[in-house]
Design a protein around this ligand. Structure first.
Ligand SMILES: *[C@@H]1O[C@H](CO)[C@@H](O)[C@H](O)[C@H]1NC(C)=O
Ligand SMILES: *[C@@H]1O[C@H](CO)[C@@H](O)[C@H](O)[C@H]1NC(C)=O
Length: 311
C-alpha cells in the first residue's frame, strides 16, 4: 500500500483501493464480457467461502459465508493428515490438487459415510469444520484397524478422498441451490441474466465445478469459472477491479491518507438474516451422475454397481 501511495504521489494519479474478495468476484467479467450485473457468485478459497449477489462494481449482497473453515484449508489440512505427500505421485501437489487426483482414482466414492453440514439450517452459511471432523474420525478408525506405522497412508485413501470431496461438493451445491431459489423468490436476478460465477483457489477443483454445473443445469443458470490462474490469488484480478471502478468512476480517491488496509473487511451488505427468514427448503438436485462419472474403468464400474445394489 505504501508503495502504491508513493507511485500515486509521484505520478499525480488517484488511488483505487480494492477489496480482495470483490476482485475475485469480478475477474470473470474480464474474460467474458457477456456477464452482466446482477449475477450470483460463489467464492471458495483457502481463506474464504461465501455466496453473494453482485449487483454492481461496488454493490454486493452477502447471502452466506463460512462459520469456520474454508474449503481450500480443509483440503490442505486433510491432505497433510492423510500424508498424501508420502505417495510419490502426489509429492509436488498442493493439498487441493492431491485430494482431487486421489479422489479420481477411487473405485467406490461411497465407501465412507459422510453427512453434509448445516442440513437443519435453512440459510446459505457454510461449515467445513464438521466435515473435517468426520474425515479425521474415518482416518483414525482406519489407522487403528490396520495398525499402521506413523508414516503410512491408509489403504482406502482414494475412496476416503472421494467421499470427502463429494460431501464438500454436496454441501456447496446445497447452499448454492438455496441461494438460487432465494434470488428467484425475491426477483434479484432476472431470468435472462441467470449466471453463477465460481472463483477462488478451490474453484480449480473440477469435481466441485461439475457438481455445481448439475445444479446450474437444473435451474437454467450459466456457470462461469475464470481460468485457473485467475481463480487463485493474483494481481491481474486486482488490476481488473481497478479498471471496473475506473470505468464507472466509483471508489477512486486522491485523498491518500484515507486509504488503509483492513485485515478483515466484510463483503457488501449482509442479507443472511433475510435468506434465513425466507425458510427455503429446496428439493436437493441429485448428483448421481457425478458419482457414476468417478468410476471410469470396467472393474470400478462393477464395484459401484454392486454398491448401488446394496443401497
Ligand atoms: C517433484 O519435484 C522434484 C523436484 O523438482 C522432481 O525431482 C520430482 O520428479 C517431482 N515429482 C513428480 C512426481 O513429478
Ligand atoms: C450465518 O452467518 C451469520 C454471519 O456470519 C451469523 O450471524 C448467523 O448466526 C449464521 N447462522 C447460523 C445458523 O449459524
Amino acid at each position: 500500500m505504501k508503495y502504491g501511495k508513493y507511485l500515486c504521489h509521484l505520478h499525480r494519479k488517484p488511488f483505487i483501493p480494492i477489496h480482495h474478495m470483490e476482485a475475485h468476484a469480478l475477474t470473470a467479467r474480464m474474460h467474458d464480457h457477456s456477464i452482466k450485473f446482477p449475477f450470483l457468485v460463489l467464492l471458495i478459497s483457502g481463506g474464504h467461502c461465501l455466496l453473494a449477489i453482485v449487483r454492481n462494481v461496488d454493490d454486493f449482497l452477502l447471502m452466506g459465508q463460512s462459520l469456520n473453515d474454508a474449503p481450500g484449508e480443509a483440503f490442505d489440512k486433510m491432505a497433510r493428515r492423510l500424508k498424501l505427500r508420502n505417495i510419490p505421485e502426489f509429492e509436488n501437489l498442493s493439498g487441493g490438487q492431491a485430494v482431487e487426483l486421489a479422489a479420481s482414482k477411487a473405485d467406490n466414492p461411497l465407501q465412507f459415510n459422510f453427512t453434509p453440514s448445516l442440513l437443519k439450517y435453512k440459510d446459505c452459511n457454510f461449515s467445513l469444520a464438521g466435515i473435517k471432523t468426520q474425515m479425521t474420525m474415518h482416518i483414525m478408525r482406519q489407522e487403528r484397524e490396520h495398525g499402521l506405522p506413523p508414516d503410512a497412508v491408509v489403504p482406502d485413501v482414494y475412496n476416503l478422498c472421494a467421499g470427502f470431496q463429494l460431501v464438500i461438493t454436496r454441501h456447496l451445491c446445497h447452499r448454492v441451490q438455496r441461494g438460487i431459489e432465494y434470488a428467484a423468490l425475491k426477483g434479484l436476478i432476472p431470468k435472462d441474466k441467470q449466471t453463477l460465477v465460481v472463483s477462488g483457489g478451490a474453484a480449480c477443483n473440477n469435481f466441485i465445478i461439475e457438481g455445481l454445473q448439475i445444479v446450474c443445469n437444473e435451474y437454467d443458470y450459466r456457470l462461469v469459472r475464470p481460468p485457473p490462474k485467475l481463480c487463485t490469488d493474483n494481481g491481474i484480478m486486482i488490476a481488473w477491479n481497478g479498471v471496473e471502478r475506473w470505468n464507472v468512476n466509483r471508489g477512486i480517491t486522491t485523498d491518500l491518507d484515507s486509504v488503509t488496509i483492513e485485515k478483515s473487511c466484510p463483503l457488501g451488505r449482509s442479507i443472511i438474516d433475510d435468506v434465513t427468514a425466507a425458510n427455503i427448503s429446496p428439493k436437493w438436485v441429485r448428483l448421481n451422475k457425478l458419482i457414476n462419472r468417478q468410476s471410469n474403468n470396467e472393474i470400478q464400474q462393477n464395484n459401484l454397481l454392486q454398491f448401488k445394489n446394496k443401497q
